[in-house]
Ligand binder design. Sequence first.
Ligand SMILES: Nc1nc2c(ncn2[C@@H]2O[C@H](COP(=O)(O)OP(=O)(O)OP(=O)(O)O)[C@@H](O)[C@H]2O)c(=O)[nH]1
Ligand SMILES: [Mg+2]
Length: 635
Amino acid sequence: MKLLRRKEEPSLDSRLEALAEAATLAEGRLPGEAVAGARAVAERAGARRSLSVEHTVAALAGATGSGKSSLFNALAGADVAAVGVTRPTTSAAQAVVWDGPDKDGPDKDGADKDGANKDGANKDDADKDDGTGRGAGPLLDWLDVFGRHPAAGASPDFSGLILLDLPDHDSIQLAHRLEVDRLVELVDLLVWVLDPQKYADAALHERYLRPLAAHRDVMVVVLNQVDRLPPAAVDRCLRDLRRLLGEDGLHDVPVLATSARTGTGLDDVRSLLAGRVSDRRSWSARLSADVTTAADLLATASTRSGGLAGTAGDHGHPGDGASAATRDPSRASRAQGAETPVLEAGREAVRAAELPEAGAGDVAARLGWRLTVALEQAAGVPLVLEAVAKGHRHRAVVATGWPVTRWVRRLRPDPLRRLRIGAAPLPAGGVRGGPVTSGDDGQVVGRTSVPAASAVQQAQVDTAIRDVGDVAASGLPGPWAAAVRQAARARSRELADAVDRTVGVISSRATRRPRWWKAVGGLQWLIFAAMVAGAVWLGALFGLDYLQLPEPPVPTLGEVPWPTVLLVGGALAGVVVALLARLAAWVGGRRRARRTARALRAAIGEVGAAYVLQPVEAELDRYARFRAAVERARA
Ligand SMILES: Nc1nc2c(ncn2[C@@H]2O[C@H](COP(=O)(O)OP(=O)(O)OP(=O)(O)O)[C@@H](O)[C@H]2O)c(=O)[nH]1
Ligand SMILES: [Mg+2]
C-alpha cells in the first residue's frame, strides 16, 4: 500500500506544481476566477496533504428527506443524527469517526494519553478523549465540522473513516446550501444519497453531478428508500438513474440500492466504504480530480476567443490573430501545437503584407527591420546624418582651413552641436529631465535637440509596433493574442527616449577628429609663417629703399626674389592646401555619415528589439510554458 502511495505522490506533486505554475503564468492574462480557482486547488491540496492522509473523509450528500441522516445512523450503529419529519432536519454537518490506523502508534501510548487526558486543554486531546482518533481532529478542524461522534463499537474495516452527514443541497436555507457547497469541495469521497422521487432532480444533476464529472473516481450514488418501491420498479428506477448519470458523464460511478429503514443494501455500502478506506487513496484521487478540473478550466479560459477585460486599451483589429484563428479552425489548431506553427503563421502574415525585406531570416528580424526604419524616421536620423556630414566638413575647415580666413568659420555653429550631439557634457539629469547615458568616450549624453517626430512618423512607429504584435499573436487564442499585442505596446512610451539617447551616443562618435587634420593644420601654420616671413622681408626691403639706404643682396629663386616667393607662394599654397583639405573633408564627411547610418541602424534595431520584440517573445514564451504546464497538470 505504502509503495503504491509513494509511487503516486510525486505524480500528484508535479501536477500540483504544474497547476500552480500555470496559474502564475496566466495571471493578468486569463479571467481572474480561473486563475484563482487553480490557486485555490493548489492551496487546498497542500493543506489536505499536510493533515492526516491516513483518514478518508466521506460525506453523505443529497436532497432533504432522502435519508442521509438515517443512513448515517445506520452506518454509525447509533442514533447520532436527528432524523425528522420536519424538513429540512440537518442544519450543520456532523461527523462520526472510526479510530485511525495510528491509534495504536507510538504517539498513542498509555502515558501520553493519560497525560493528555489530565490536561484536557488541547483540542487534539479532546478528540482523543471522545475516541475520534488523533489525526481526525485537525482534519475536522480544517473542514470546520464541530459535531463529532465516535463510532459505536470497533470496526476494523472502517478504521480511518470519517463519515459526514451533510445538510440538504436543495435547501430553502441558504446556510445549508453554502455548507454543502463548501464541504463538497473538500471531502475525499462523495456519497450522493438519492430517493426514488427526486433522483432526476435537474438541480442535482446540473449543479453538482455534471460539473463533478472529473470526480467520478471519488463518487458513489446510493438510491435510498427502495423499500417504498415495488420490487419490479427498483431495477427500472436504477436503470433510469444510471442513464441519467451517464448523461452527466458519470458512467462508471457505483450505484447502490438501499433502504435505511429495512437495512437492504447497507452491507454493499459498508463493503464499498471499507474498500475505499483501506486503500487510502481517495484523498489523492480527489485532489487529482480537482487538479484536472482546474487545469481544464484554465485551458478553456485560455482558448476562449476575445480579449481579456483586464488588458484595457486592446481593441483588436479586424484581421487580428484571434479572429483569424476563430475563422480558420485549422489555423487555430495549429497554433495550439508547438511554438513553430505560431512563427510560421507569422511568416505567412509577413509575406502577405509584402514587407520590404524579402530575404531569408525569421519573422522577428523582418518585422524588426521595418520597425527600425520607422523608428529611424521618427528619431530624425536623416537630419542627424546630414548634420554628421556637415559637422565633419565644418570641423575640417576649422582645423585645416587657410589661417587667414578660418576664424570666420569658427563664428558659425557646428551643425552637430546645434542638435546637442557631441556637445559639452550636460548637467547631471540631462536636458528636459531626460535620462542621461554615457557615450563610449565617457562623455555624458542627454536628450538631443532633434525635432520631435511628426504625427505621421509617430503613426508609422505605432503601426510597425502593432504589426509586430499582430503577426506574433496570429493564430494564438484570444486572451493570449491580446496579451502578446499588449506586450508589443507595453514599452512603446519609453521607446522615443531610448532611441533618441542611442542617436546621441552613436552620432557623437562622429565628432572625433581624424589625425591628418592636425598635420594639415600644422602645415597650414608653417605655410602661413613662410608667407608672413616673406611679407616682413619685403617690408624691410621697402623700408630700406624708402630711407635711401643700400639694399642688401636678395637671393632669388630663378628670376623671382625669395621674399616674393615666400609671400605669394605662401598665400597660394595656403589656399590650395585648404581647398584640397576641404575636398578630402567632403569625401570624409560622406563616408562618416554612411558609417554613422550603419551604426545607427544596428543600434536602433537593438533598441526596437529590446523594447518591442523581446517583450513579445517573452509573452510567446510565457504562453508556451503555460500550455506545457496545463498539459502536465492535466496528465
Ligand atoms: N421508507 C423509508 N423511509 C426512510 C428511509 N430513509 C429515511 N427515511 C425517512 O425519511 C425521512 C427523512 O429522513 P432523514 O434521514 O432525516 O433525511 P435527511 O436526508 O437527513 O433529511 P435532511 O436532514 O432534511 O436533509 C425520515 O422520516 C426517515 O424515517 C428509507 O430507506 N425508507
Ligand atoms: Mg439529515
